[in-house]
Design a protein around this ligand. Structure first.
Ligand code: EPU
Length: 351
């Protein structure tokens, strides 16, 4: 393997050529990237954009690789932001502003906040990926979304290398989306995310069995809620260290109230939730299960046996096999329910 390391600012910027992506995607797919660059300081990233240092196109910014499906070798440059520190920026009366570098592992950050007694993101425990990916996806779980605590997002523009701060409003957050995934896709690299967290703990236990689980061993504390979330996740979702996956492969579709009424009449068991957009959110996992896909596999590409919304790599599946399975699932759901499933996972190489 060809290796290069450049040193700017006294800190290493690591450049690897023709490198395996296996450790860089949670599906565990063994494709290669022509170039992978890891920058440890904002200054390096700026210099990189301004220089000719091997930035061959296309350019892909990769967080923890927990929401991506590669279907072929990546012929361009993958940039992995390794900005790693966590700090307390400001103390307010009942809140604290805490920020983390984009390369910090999200769950280590949540663990640290829980240990410090800072509340607001404990329901988002156990989600794989890095802090930089959190605003892109507006990650959510157990009744909480990241947008509720994100105050601002610090970015560098590509290719000018200018710093820009996006306020919460400017991020255009929606269900598993933001401006970084839509209109500004590929135009900024996120370097730091700022959160406003509570110094007083108000548990958010409205989702499914969370209340029961968190109260099982006494009065819910931050730590108990985190442990309860981790326990529920472990019972439903596969550990990417053991079985390759990228969490929910599809979004829960949002339909109109009138269409939801028709669906409910035909399928009384269908779980439906009010969506903030005014529409009705349909449980995609239920739709996929009803189409008979839960636990099924085609070769090594499969549907998780405890949560049909999650596609898994049982070992040697290719990205294309997982993609083809996902398309078959979409076709069945469309045929049976008349609903188009939208992917949550980003697929590279097919379109
Ligand atoms: N369901 C089924 N069969 C299945 C899966 C789900 O019938 O195979 C039913 C469940 O019984 C429940 C409903 O569907 O009534 C919702 O299921 P669940 O609570 O597991 O949540 P989800 O809507 O399938 C979403 C997120 C998850 C997040 C959970 C918990 C999306 C796309 N997914 O899943 O996020 O962990 O809620 O809050 O919104 C992720 O984004 O990668 C992810 C894992």
């Amino acid at each position: 393997m060809e290796k290069e390391a450049y040193f700017y600012d006294g800190k290493p910027m690591i450049i690897r050529k023709n490198i395996s992506l296996k450790p860089f995607n949670t599906f565990g797919l063994d494709y290669k990237a022509a170039t992978l660059i890891c920058t440890t300081t904002e200054r390096d990233a700026k210099q990189l954009f301004r220089s000719e240092a091997g930035l061959n196109q296309p350019l892909l910014i990769l967080g923890g690789g927990s929401n991506i499906l590669f279907t072929e070798d990546f012929r361009g440059t993958i940039l992995s932001p390794c900005f790693l520190n966590i700090r307390v920026d400001k103390l307010e009366k009942e809140h604290v502003i805490v920020s983390a570098g984009a390369g910090v592992e999200w769950d280590s950050f949540v663990e640290w906040c829980v240990a410090m007694g800072f509340s607001g993101i404990e329901n988002l425990s156990g989600i794989p990926g890095s802090v930089g990916a959190v605003p892109v996806q507006n990650i959510g779980a157990y009744g909480v979304e990241a947008k509720e605590t994100i105050v601002k997002v610090r970015c560098i523009s590509i290719p000018e290398g200018r710093v820009k701060l996006f306020s919460n409003k400017e991020c255009g957050f929606g269900y598993r989306t933001s401006i970084f995934k839509t209109t500004l896709k590929g135009q900024y690299i996120i370097t730091r995310v700022y959160f406003r967290l509570g110094l007083k703990f108000i548990p958010r236990l409205g989702y499914g069995s969370l209340k029961q689980e968190a109260e099982g061993s006494g009065k819910p504390t931050l730590k108990r809620v985190r442990n309860a979330v981790l326990k529920i996740r472990n019972s439903k979702l596969p550990d990417p260290e053991v079985t390759g996956n990228a969490g929910s492969f599809f979004k829960n579709p949002v339909v109109s109230g009138s269409f939801a009424d028709i669906l409910k009449k035909d399928y009384p068991g269908l779980p439906l939730y009010e969506d903030t957009s005014g529409g009705i959110k349909v449980a995609a996992g239920w739709l996929i299960e009803q189409c008979g896909w839960k636990g099924k596999r085609i070769g090594d590409a499969g549907v998780h046996s405890h949560q049909a919304l999650v596609l898994v790599n049982h070992g040697r599946a290719s990205g294309m096999e997982i993609y083809k399975l996902s398309e078959k699932i979409r076709e069945s759901v469309k045929k049976k329910f008349g609903i188009n499933l939208e992917r949550e996972v980003e697929v590279t190489g097919i379109i």
